[in-house]
Design a protein. Sequence first.
Length: 551
Amino acid sequence: MPDFPVTDITATPEWSALAEHHRAVEGKHLRELFADDPGRAEALTASGADLVLDYSKHRITRDTLPLLAALARAAGLPERTAAMFAGERINTSEDRAVLHTALRLPREASLTVDGQDVVADVHEVLDRMGAFTDDVRSGKWTGHTGERISTVVNIGIGGSDLGPVMAYEALRAYADRSLQLRFVSNIDPTDIAEATRDLDPATTLFVVSSKTFTTIETLTNAKAARRWLVEGLGSEDAVAKHFVAVSTNAEKVGGFGIDEANMFGFWDWVGGRYSLDSAIGLSLMVAIGKERFAEFLAGMHAMDEHFRAAPLEENLPAIAGLLGVWYVNFFGTETHAVLPYSQYLHRLPAYLQQLTMESNGKSVRGDGTPVVTATGEIYWGEPGTNGQHAFYQLIHQGTRLIPADFIGFAEPNHALPVEDGDGADMHDLFMANLFAQSSALAFGKTAEEIAAEGTPADVVPHKVMPGNRPSSTILAAELTPSVLGQLIAFYEHVTFVQGTIWGIDSFDQWGVELGKVLARELGPSLTGGPVDGLDASTTALVRRYREWRGR
Ligand code: F6P
């Protein structure tokens, strides 16, 4: 395993300076911070590529970010960033390079890793994906019976599902509506059964997406899909025209019966949760076309360049990542809400859960020693305005501090008027909610203000809005493929910044392995095998399950 040098970040003067600064700031209300610094909104707003980040509604002063940037330098963020982009093996526990940024390098760029021209490899696969996409969309690619494909079903899980489904939902406005996309991930048989029940095998194409091609959920679903197809079309030969694979494992793909000509590859230097921009994005490309997919990649690249080049104090992912550290390590927060004001982004929180929590949910540092700080933020959320009518109550008036990201767009993807809107359209009303919520969270409403409205004295305490609840507002002109790419790359780098401060390897995920092994071992005891060697609780549960299933 390569060396992973770590420093005790809490023992640095930069950490001490932040701890002292925190003592000075924690008691201040955002109302006071805004009153003390009238230029604050402008000063604490940054932009990168097409995104604008207003971070003025955070529990910080103008001194905070320079102190956080100094901490990032003490943790070696600039050096580690350079190492990542250069293809060094910074994923030490798996001894791998971390090069998702190479997946969006333009054709004319160059990057050689271990003597291999990575950019040429990437574009060779992109070209094959593009040709396949054109064939499916134009109807040149036909099924076994000669019919045009009308439904593409992506079978994958984790990074081989969450990215494609999130981005497909996000970019539906750009999708070819004559093609239907479905996503199957869960080993719950309900998923594949419901996804296929009304489909015609003759017009259905399965994309089996799995980096390793060993993931039990994906392979089980893929086999169920193959049975359904072969039964429906009456011939094993149909598989060749109805199954393609996306994987790094050509041997296993061949073993499954998918021809290598129908396989789109990628490389071990692409982590599963960082793989949407690899061939794992094939179903997305089929939906939106290769040109839009290229725009999506260009957006990611634009954010990469911003992250690589902008000074930390003006660098969107660095600012957002360091603010996360500020809250987790100095205010003791645990969760982070993501509140997209875009129905199209309804799967973004789920996608970010894997990206951030599989990356930074670690208790040891890169060298195997225990972490010296809390790590990882618990990401969660729902699109506004739905969340407003569900859980915002707790964010506004509960006892926990929950930093939030509001994400919104100026241009609607659909322009719909409202009857009595005084010139405002539906999108204006929607965005008014975003601005209102972040303002209410920050500034609240005092008991005096509420009493002055004639509220009975005994009701006043219930209506007090404490405020001082921090949030970022991320705005862009419109949700385009490029802007989606920028947003995803933004959060990838936020995750990397935080992992670097905490000294952890954000690119391995050993914590998911034990559950997989136990599930395999447990399997036979559910169907009649001996129920032994299990803990007492699990034994009782398995016995009850078997009883109910008559086994
Ligand atoms: O859950 C663990 C994990 O390895 C994820 O990191 C990954 O995205 C997912 O499983 C799927 O893996 P694969 O693409 O190899 O099927």
